[in-house]
Design a protein. Structure first.
Length: 955
């Protein structure tokens, strides 16, 4: 009734009573029958009336009568009458906030903020005068969260302290303060006076205070619901006062659920808990999936202030005070307390449950304090000090990687070997411990805590990883982890062997090698790995690491040798090593050996019996080689018969459901299985297009299965791409570019160019996918493709591909004009332009470098330096290195000088040099290496790297 669950019972006298179901479930005292009868005795009514009993902190079981003017309580039995008291109207406070907010919004518009920043900021402002969120739940911007941010000065950091901002902050702060709420007075059944009063915030009761007689005083405060555990019942914090000194601080605190005391902390700080009753109230094993850690939501007590904000978490092992600001002293205090009081996976998870709010990262790396929303967010990884520094009222904010870093700092302090594990679309903290004859991998995240047990650590790690993506491949010799080094505002993903979870010395060595990768000082990394192997450590992961270093430095024959050494020592059931071996043999010009390995891999794939969730990713791993091999024809049957038969069927089925309107939008967008199918469908389409582009039209007749593949691509593009929320999150221009790629593959570049030239003269007329299918839908999209800056940006990027020996400057000039015309045309919305900003600026930098316009190059590099975004900076360094072979000596020298002046960042110097080497620009790579070493003359690693590169590339 009214969204609540009730249990209808009959009293001993036959009265019908509706009782909150949770009260019946939690009753561990056996007092329910007596309490119910007391309410019936106090309030004799028509026996035909069904009495609806309620429960609230300190009121306990009660009846609300006469339109809330009277309250009948069971313990102690009493009838209370409402006392009129001035109560501020919730509506007035919210209207005042709304009016102040409306005065601020024009200032947001005048600042000239990027569209994604403006949109995210507006979302926070919009929530300020709401009671319940009107935005999508994925936004994570609840009204209470928004008001807490603004009340503590968050908005002023972006908009300044002008009159409008100051007024809004003051009104929000006033609305956040507690005000006097309901008041009741009466007598108990034995004649003692009793009074109850509440304190409210925006109409919500947060504190209930009760006085019986002259001395018995108690107070209850609402406890926040845990952040990530579903199904946990609402609880209250009861404060016990000394009857002789009721004005003194509480002498005890107790956590109650439906009137039942679960845990208690006395004045001496000793923690008490009835574990049996706790497990009855919080049967975690019955509320959540089987992988939730058995220690989840352990006995504890959370102390909150009268506003419901956490101040202290108490467990049987100690206490953790809420973070207060992230300064070094606060950081040390928090880590020390948490490491002592939070002893296992379930206890550690309480950090995320109570001290952390999940929000998306700021869409602007130059304003990391902002919060993002879906479609307008970035990727900024906070350090633990930065995360604690966001604390407002004891609660920090961040996303999955930020919370994982907090967990990592705590478990490291405990002596555990924890790593931030990069699972599909998520970062978690993972550590492994032996449990008897088994291994257990614990996973802490922005979600329930998990525990995965298996006979070996490799199997436990596999279970943990696959829990987050059933169709993902996983190899325990290549555990994906995320590391952060100097100068990075985000973590970088690396793959290391499982021993990093069990062997601290090995973990230190391997992370040190990844630091060499970070600085691109590969000579040192090779030396460390060779020394490790020479010492007798022949772990297959070591040979994989050596193979990766050889690949990165262009030594593909050596990489193949190292991969074969790894394959001798490990199971390659998923053909991951074989796939890498094939690519390296092909790159080394050993095409016959590559073909032999392909034949062996196909035989093994067909010979082994695999479950679909294992077979399909393994087949896809092989198929993706088609995009890189000189001759992909041996893989065509795999793509047409194996993968096409599986994913092509899914594409046809889902397209039919979408066209018929039989697939709910919420399922299409949010269902994990459908999201996985969308990802696989896109992979299949990209691989299939790569094959068709590399197989001449006259040779396609030899492979009739390609006809079906072409149909699958066409169906995917015309029925699914424009509806895929992941492909259209930043607007339709990316989807237009994908359809342009599909049309070019199916029609050929010459025919596509003719269509684009004709379409440029016509207006874009959107055609809904359900009204046109196949080639008709593709043709209808051509005008939109012709006006898509992203499509032309990709065409420009192709001019600089590694297989292009010379830069076609005539084509560059022509495409640059078209690209700029599309930008000037304004077909992209401001939000889409903001979301695609990195791709647009990359294209502009390519054009500027290719045309030798140094003023434009400097302008772009200045932005890169100011934004200080690691991923953007690394991508730009790679781009400059890739293009270096097409630059004359003067332009290259000027570009490097501009980089040093405007961007800097030591890890990028040899990154540019090695990017040039991989693009076969060996003279330019050597020149860049000399430039890099020259700027850091005191760094022996840079001098060694220059010598190493010279030994590989010098004629």
């Amino acid at each position: 009734t009214g969204g609540a669950r009730h249990l209808r019972i009959r009293s001993a006298a036959g009265r019908r009573v509706d009782l909150p179901l949770e009260v019946a479930l939690v009753d561990g005292t056996g007092r329910l029958p007596t309490q119910i009868q007391a309410l019936i005795d106090l309030e004799p009514t028509d026996e035909r009336e069904v009495l609806t009993i309620r429960h609230q902190a300190l009121l306990g079981l009660h009846l609300v009568r006469d339109g809330a003017r009277r309250v009948v309580i069971a313990e102690p039995p009493a009838i209370l009458v409402a006392v009129e008291s001035p109560r501020p109207e919730q509506r007035d406070a919210l209207e005042a906030i709304g009016a102040a907010r409306d005065a601020v919004l024009p200032e947001v518009g005048r600042l000239g903020l990027p569209e994604n920043v403006r949109r995210a900021l507006t979302q926070v402002l919009t929530a300020l005068d709401q009671i319940h969120s009107e935005s999508e739940p994925e936004d994570h911007i609840t009204p209470d969260f928004a008001r807490r941010l603004v009340a503590h000065g968050w908005l002023a950091r972006t908009l300044g302290t002008g009159p409008a901002t100051t007024t809004l902050q003051a009104r929000v702060r006033a609305a956040q303060s507690l005000t006097e709420g309901r008041r009741f007075k009466g007598e108990t059944s034995d004649g003692r006076p009793i009074s109850i009063e509440t304190l409210t915030r925006l109409g919500e009761d947060l504190v209930v205070r009760r006085r019986i007689g002259d001395t018995e005083v108690s107070e209850a405060r609402r406890l926040p619901r845990p952040g990530f555990l579903a199904g946990v019942l609402d609880c209250d914090l009861r404060l016990e006062f000394d009857p002789e000194h009721p004005e003194a601080p509480p002498r005890a605190w107790a956590m109650e659920c439906m009137g039942v005391t679960l845990s208690r902390v006395g004045a001496d700080g000793r923690f008490e808990c009835d574990a049996t009753r706790w497990d009855q109230v919080f049967p975690i094993h019955r509320m959540t999936d089987a992988k939730v850690a058995p220690t989840a939501f352990p006995p504890h007590l959370l102390i909150v202030d009268d506003g419901g904000r956490p101040t202290t978490l108490v467990t049987a092992h100690g206490r953790v005070d809420a973070p207060k600001g992230g300064d070094p002293e606060d950081l040390e205090r928090f880590l020390s307390q948490a490491a002592t009081a939070l002893t296992d996976t379930g206890h550690l998870d309480l950090i995320g449950e109570y001290f952390f709010d999940y929000v998306s990262d700021s869409p602007d790396p130059t304003r990391p304090w902002l919060v993002g929303i879906p479609g307008a967010s970035g990727e900024i990884h906070q350090s633990i000090a930065q995360t604690l520094g966001t604390a407002v009222d004891g609660v920090c904010r961040g996303d999955c990687d930020d919370l994982a870093e907090v967990y990592q700092a705590v478990v490291t302090r405990q002596g555990r070997l924890g790593h931030i594990m990069n699972v599909p679309q998520h970062n978690t903290l993972a550590f492994a411990e032996p449990q008897g004859e088994e291994w257990e991998v614990s996973v802490l995240q922005t979600g329930p805590p998990y525990a995965f047990r298996a006979a070996t650590i490799q199997e436990a790690l596999r279970a943990a990883y696959l829990h987050f993506g059933v169709f993902e491949n996983f190899d325990a010799d290549q555990c994906p982890i995320a590391l952060r080094f100097e100068g990075e505002n985000t973590r970088t993903n690396w793959q290391l062997g499982w021993r990093i979870f069990t062997d601290p010395a090995y973990a230190r060595t391997m992370i040190d090698v990844q630091r060499d990768w970070h600085f691109h000082t590969f000579a040192q990394a090779v030396h460390k790995m060779q020394a490790l192997v020479a010492s007798g450590d022949e772990d297959p992961a070591n040979f994989r690491e050596l193979a990766g270093l050889a690949e990165r430095t262009g030594q593909h024959a050596l990489a193949a040798t190292q991969l074969r050494e790894a394959m001798k020592r490990s199971d390659d059931r998923q053909l991951t090593l074989t796939s890498r071996l094939i690519v390296n043999l092909d790159e080394a010009g050993l095409h016959d050996e590559a073909r032999q390995e392909i034949e062996r891999a196909l035989h093994e794939l067909g010979d082994l019996r695999r479950a679909p969730e294992e077979r399909l990713p393994t087949a896809m791993e092989l198929a993706m080689l088609a995009a890189t091999l000189d001759d992909p024809t041996p893989l065509i049957p795999l793509i047409t018969d194996e993968i096409g038969a599986s994913i092509g069927t899914e594409i046809a089925f889902l397209s039919g459901l979408l066209d018929a309107g039989r697939l709910p939008a919420s399922s299409w967008q949010n269902d994990e299985n459908l999201r996985e199918i969308r990802r696989l469908a896109m992979q299949y389409a990209m691989v299939a297009m790569a094959v068709m582009e590399n197989v001449p039209a006259e040779a396609r007749d030899k492979h009739p299965g390609l006809v079906n593949v072409a149909g699958d691509i066409e169906t995917w593009a015309t029925a699914m791409v424009y509806r895929d929320p992941d492909l259209t999150a930043g607007g339709l221009s990316s989807a237009d570019a994908i359809l342009g790629q599909v049309a070019t593959t199916l029609l050929g570049q010459k025919a596509m160019d003719a269509l684009l030239e004709d379409a440029a003269q016509r207006e874009v007329t959107p055609v809904k996918a359900e009204r046109a299918r196949g080639m008709a839908r593709l043709m209808a999209a051509v005008p939109a493709i012709a006006r898509s800056p992203i499509y032309w940006a990709e065409r420009i990027a192709k001019l600089f591909d590694d297989d292009q020996e010379q830069l076609d400057r005539t084509a560059l000039d022509r495409l640059a004009l078209t690209f700029q015309a599309c930008l000037d045309h304004g077909s992209m919305s401001a939000l889409e332009r903001s979301a695609q900003d990195d791709r647009i600026r990359s294209a502009q930098l390519m054009i500027a470098l290719g045309q030798g316009r140094m003023e434009s190059v400097r302008s772009h590099l200045r932005v890169i330096g100011e934004r200080a975004d690691r991923r953007e900076r690394d991508a730009t360094a790679d781009l400059v290195g890739q293009i270096a072979r097409h630059l004359d000596a003067e332009t290259l020298e000027a570009t490097l000088a501009a980089w040093h002046e405007l961007v800097g960042q030591k890890p990028t110097y040899f990154a540019i040099a090695w990017a040039a080497a991989r693009a076969k620009g060996h003279p330019q790579a050597l020149k860049i290496a000399a430039w890099a070493a020259g700027h850091f003359p005191d760094d022996d690693a840079f001098a060694q790297e220059q010598s190493f590169m010279r030994s590989l590339l010098a004629p």
